[in-house]
Ligand binder design. Sequence first.
Ligand SMILES: Cc1cc2nc3c(=O)[nH]c(=O)nc-3n(C[C@H](O)[C@H](O)[C@H](O)COP(=O)(O)OP(=O)(O)OC[C@H]3O[C@@H](n4cnc5c(N)ncnc54)[C@H](O)[C@@H]3O)c2cc1C
Length: 377
Amino acid sequence: MPGNNIDTLIIGGGIIGLLTARELALAGQSVTVLERNPRAGLESSWAGGGILSPLYPWRYPDAVTDLSAIGHLEYPGLAAELLEATGIDPEYIRSGHLILDTEEQDEAKSWAKEFSKKIRLDSKIKYLSRIGRREISVLEPELSENFQAALWLPYVGQVRNPRIMKSLIQDLIQRGVKIITDMPVEKINTSAGKVVNVETPAGKWSAGNYLVAAGAWSATLLEDTGLTLNIEPVRGQMILFKTEPGRLNRIIMNNGKYIIPRKDGHIVAGSTLEYVGFDKSTTDDAGHLLMSEAVSIVPFLAKTPVVSQWAGLRPGSADGTPTIDWHPQLDNLVICSGHFRNGVIIGLGSARIAASLLQYRSLKYAGSSSTNPYKIK
Ligand SMILES: Cc1cc2nc3c(=O)[nH]c(=O)nc-3n(C[C@H](O)[C@H](O)[C@H](O)COP(=O)(O)OP(=O)(O)OC[C@H]3O[C@@H](n4cnc5c(N)ncnc54)[C@H](O)[C@@H]3O)c2cc1C
């Protein structure tokens, strides 16, 4: 049954909605999350790789780099807090990251210099360096001998998506956040420049403020409010190998594809970028492509069983910059969506901005002004 006295009603229980719920709950708000699936965290936020860095991070605008700096600094602490509070381990590991296509090393190095300042890394320590075959063999003995050089980013970490989502959900429940599942929002009702309630099959829900964090579905949900958001679904497929723990240890990237070794010997290989609408099916072609790219990086994977394949729909945006802003016509509705390939690493910073907008109404105009790099385009 629809509840009363909700400060903020969040539509969408992915990592963005849940991290924002956590920020608001920590600030003392009463928060309810409406999720249309039988469980929260089953869409893109479940399907992702959990790499705690944008891929080829120098290719992104500063607005993304700034958010990823927050994620870089705060994920170790968040993962530890979640583990302590819930007993569910998000499996944060500082695996380090090897990038094998090194053509853009000048851009990469100058980006890393600036990023190191943002994360206050000691100037003697390198966030990114170019290494040769001998160092590669020490870091990852199983890597194909075809690679003689790499960019090495020792500080890049990972979390395991299904685990961090489970842990986050449990933490929020313990903090009194209500996560209502099987509750699709079908319509946002407005009057006199405000949201008055949202409609679900179980009735109408109303709150002081509303947050749309519905991932790839955000634009569709907002259409009725007269807003055209530049966010569309972009399918990503992954395959999963299983081998013995410790055989691979680094996140490795080549030719736009990556492999991520988990603690227990699972190895994720991803991912595709497909503009096929809201179609979450997997394909044999993608499975073969991901397999051959993974084997070209680490030959032993040719003889390692693939135990699963899945797909998720990323909330795609033009250059990867999310939208975090007040709705231009509705006084009490914030949007936080469009995190594309980086919603885990940049989601923490985004959630903090969204939560600030929702807490301090006076920021409404600041949020919508030209100085907000995340404003609606
Ligand atoms: C294959 C793949 C690999 C990735 N790898 C990485 C990575 O390594 N690192 C990284 O940082 N990011 C990665 N990403 C991107 C990241 O997963 C996404 O950017 C992030 O999960 C987006 O989170 P979200 O909460 O906006 O969306 P979602 O997780 O999709 O959540 C949106 C939620 O809203 C719900 N919803 C939608 N409409 C409604 C409605 N009308 N009513 C109620 N609920 C609704 C949905 O059911 C869903 O649960 C990857 C993504 C994919 C697919």
